[in-house]
Design a protein around this ligand. Structure first.
Ligand SMILES: *Cc1c(COP(=O)(O)O)cnc(C)c1O
Length: 448
């Protein structure tokens, strides 16, 4: 029996390697790195054909909130499937998209009352950038068309989103395709000098931004930031003070603030929206990843009454003429509504406070480990950096750590020398402690 299923597993992996071009992967690395075929998931666990289980410590690329095969989300999708699976959103509407938009608007206290939908995160970013650009034309300031982004920021990999992304490995080959942007210093609190705290770093970064705005505001449309955590940028965290300062500067210089909450939204930061930590609202807010609980592709860009009004008029071309085939897909919206209901009925944000304490306890070993620096946490994200002197090679460390973790039954995917966990919001204290212990064992095998 075992042999047969081993064979099946290997066969499927081989077929995948010849027919599927996997994302964000040098395919040749799979000559030595195993590709894992998953047959089912339950709660935080993923299972392969032999029923080996893996704890999904990174929520399937930061998307899964309430576990795999969650009965309540399954039920909501099934119920919607019996009604209407999809209908175009131009000229038509449906209950799931209306209810989801109303609920999201209410979560912003009505400040961001208009929701525009797409399917993936990068497209939501493109929508915010295009709306900002178009707004300034409608506002008779067409010269305001440049974007500001942050050092080490990540906003997706389509050409518009990639232009405001500052992760070299993703940009390098495509530089000549990308529009020019201003890139300002990240308020990354790891940059604190002796005697400085995270607020000081935030103020320093904001000062630099103020200088740019002062000189160039007449040609700047918007600044795009990832509030509190630059997730793809090695989980770099910053003080909420930075968000307050940026909001003030944007108001003073008439520049839009785009908060990309694709990774940090939906409760990941400890509040539903990360901007709530600073008590501010942006002009555009993007969500994706967790919004459908990790079930179906869904993304959106929310904006204000003021921006919505600028596009409202008799002429077609004054409208926002952007669309995707699956805009506002009813199944995806039904999954999102089920998630918002779980947030309410299960008091998820309140209970996650205990879960983040569990996370900190499970990884207390790392805080005390002399091979590690910059231990940090925000809500349901915990990260730390392995000192360069303690790894054999920066380029192979992520794969070595990934493989060692697999043997311990953990799905971990370090970014450079940063090890992080970002689990679904359903882990028991026991699972969390097991995660901390297993990651420590894997780390001990890999670190010098
Ligand atoms: C993942 C991510 C995106 C892109 O989302 P995709 O669905 O992968 O296109 C954009 N911004 C941030 C902050 C992200 O983490």
């Amino acid at each position: 029996m075992k042999l047969i299923s081993d064979l099946n597993q290997n066969l499927l992996v081989d077929r995948s390697l010849s027919a599927v071009w996997h994302p964000c992967t040098q395919m040749k690395h799979h000559e030595s790195l195993p590709l894992i075929a998953i047959t089912r998931g339950k709660g935080p666990w993923l299972y392969d054909e032999q029923e080996n289980k893996l704890l999904d410590c990174i929520s399937s690329w930061w998307t899964n909130l309430f576990g795999h095969s969650n009965p309540r989300i399954n039920q909501a999708i099934n119920a919607q499937l019996e009604k209407i699976e999809h209908v175009m959103l131009a000229g038509f509407t449906h209950r799931p998209v209306v209810e989801l938009s109303e609920k999201l608007s209410a979560l912003t206290g009505g400040n961001l009352g208009h929701v525009f939908y797409a399917s993936d995160g990068a497209s939501a970013v493109e929508i915010a950038l295009k709306m900002s650009h178009h707004y300034w034309q409608l506002h008779h300031q067409p010269e305001k068309k440049k974007f500001v982004c942050l050092e080490n920021g990540y906003h997706g990999e389509t050409l518009g989103a990639l232009a405001v992304t500052d992760v070299t490995i993703f940009r390098e080959a495509y530089g000549s395709l990308l529009q020019d942007v201003y890139t300002v210093s990240s308020p990354d609190s790891r940059k604190a000098l002796d005697g400085e705290n995270a607020d000081d770093v935030a103020r320093r970064a904001a000062k630099e931004l103020e200088q740019l705005f002062e000189n160039e505001h007449h040609q700047i449309a918007a600044i795009i930031i990832e509030p509190l955590v630059q997730c793809a940028g090695q989980m770099a965290m910053h003080s909420a003070q930075y968000l307050k300062l940026v909001r003030t500067l944007c108001d003073r210089y008439d520049i839009h603030l785009i908060a990309d909450e694709i990774a940090v939204g939906c409760g990941r930061s400890g509040k539903f929206f990360a901007c709530e930590h600073a008590d501010i609202w942006p002009d555009f807010l993007t969500l994706s990843k967790g919004i459908s609980g990790g079930y179906l592709p869904l993304s959106l860009s929310m904006t204000t009454e003021k921006i919505y009004r600028a596009f409202y008029g008799d002429q077609t071309k004054q409208g926002f003429l952007h669309s995707h085939s699956y805009t506002g897909n009813p199944l995806a919206c039904a999954a999102a509504l089920a998630c918002l209901e779980i947030f309410e009925t299960d008091q998820v944000l309140e209970n996650n406070m205990n879960r983040s304490r569990d996370l900190a306890n499970a990884f207390a070993w790392a805080k005390a480990d002399s091979r590690i620096e910059h231990w940090r946490a925000q809500g349901m994200i915990l990260a730390f950096d392995v000192k360069n002197s303690k790894i054999k090679s920066a380029s192979t460390f992520p794969r070595e750590m990934f493989s060692a973790s697999l043997k311990e039954g953990m799905l971990i995917r370090p970014i450079g020398n940063t090890i992080y966990v970002m689990p679904p919001y359903i882990l028991s204290t026991e699972d969390t402690m097991q995660m901390g212990d297993s990651v420590q064992r894997a780390f001990d095998q890999v670190a010098a």
